[in-house]
Design a protein around this ligand. Sequence first.
Ligand code: HEC
Ligand code: CU
Length: 345
Amino acid sequence: MGFRIRLPKGLAFLNVLIIALLALFLSGCASDDPQNALTPVGPVGRAEAGLFTTIYWIAVVVFVIVEALLLYTVIRFRRRPGNDGMPAQTHGNTALELTWTIIPCLILVGIAVPTLTTIASASSIPNTPDTLKVTVVGHQWWWEFDYPSQGVVTADELHVPVGTKVAVTIKSADVIHSFWIPKLGGKMQAIPNQVNQDWFEADQTGTYDGQCYQLCGTSHANMRFRVVVQSQADFQKWLADQKTVPPQPPASAAEVAKGYQVFTTGPCVGCHTVQGTDAKAKVGPDLTHFGSRTTIAGAIMENTPQNLATWLHDPPAVKPGSLMPNYHLTDDQVNALVAYLESLK
Ligand code: HEC
Ligand SMILES: [Cu+2]
């Protein structure tokens, strides 16, 4: 007597739909995805992705064995015609119960060993003389990056040299955020009134995307950043440029000078810093070297004169909930500010 499962039509359609959706979903996992934690480019990211892959394959093996036993049992011991009584009732089987207690224990112990060693290596913050120390401060909704030993403060873009351990001290200026660079390492929360530590290292130059990973308000999804991994020489040059304060007011074109006037006499000084001027506030990003950055406002757009003008005209329209209000600046004021801010290399 053959064993046949007949799926209702609707169920067969559902299966096709699930497979199609799965295929679509998996095709999103391209290896060049800028935020793919499974294609790491540094030791911390590699250790974490490796741990994930190990546990994943153990789970696959367990799944296949358990499902195979289940299917075998369902088919082998199915109800047959003419066999309508209760099957023999088994209560307790010491050998079986020991087996299915001991095997999962062994699997869990097996998983615990690489898990604990990975946690230990990911949380032992390097402190060698060549470790780069950076303080990261989460703000609604942008990231501040301070290099305390170098006296440099910037936003949106974290520059680091290739092949160098970076020890990050993580803080928050307001609510709970989470600092995450998927390709370089694990996430670490930025908690008000608490100091957290983390570290990472990149073994290839390039630009890696980062993202706030903790729902922190209206523009949480707009709280991105970039990690720019440079050669040692390029990084040193970048540091030197950041340490040099651009002349204030800039000696160049009239438009720039006018922008300097608008900036230093307008509301801007109440929230921003530009070294060499009276603007010394820390509510918004430090703008001393704004022109040298490639992105604006939590890396949500490229730093181009046009995007900057759009931002200055109406920040909350670009970034919902932005803590920089709309100052209803005239086109003239915006153009002058764009010229001035972009001159701040
Ligand atoms: C009430 C405080 C406040 C005032 C006043 C203010 N800003 Fe801002 N500004 C901010 C905040 C906060 C951000 C970050 C917004 C974000 O990314 O979510 C910001 C971001 C910026 C940025 C983008 C910086 C970057 O690195 O991404 C620029 C440029 C800027 N402001 C220029 C100005 C100018 C010019 C003025 C004066 C017309 C001004 N701001 C007035 C708070 C302020
Ligand atoms: Cu956040």
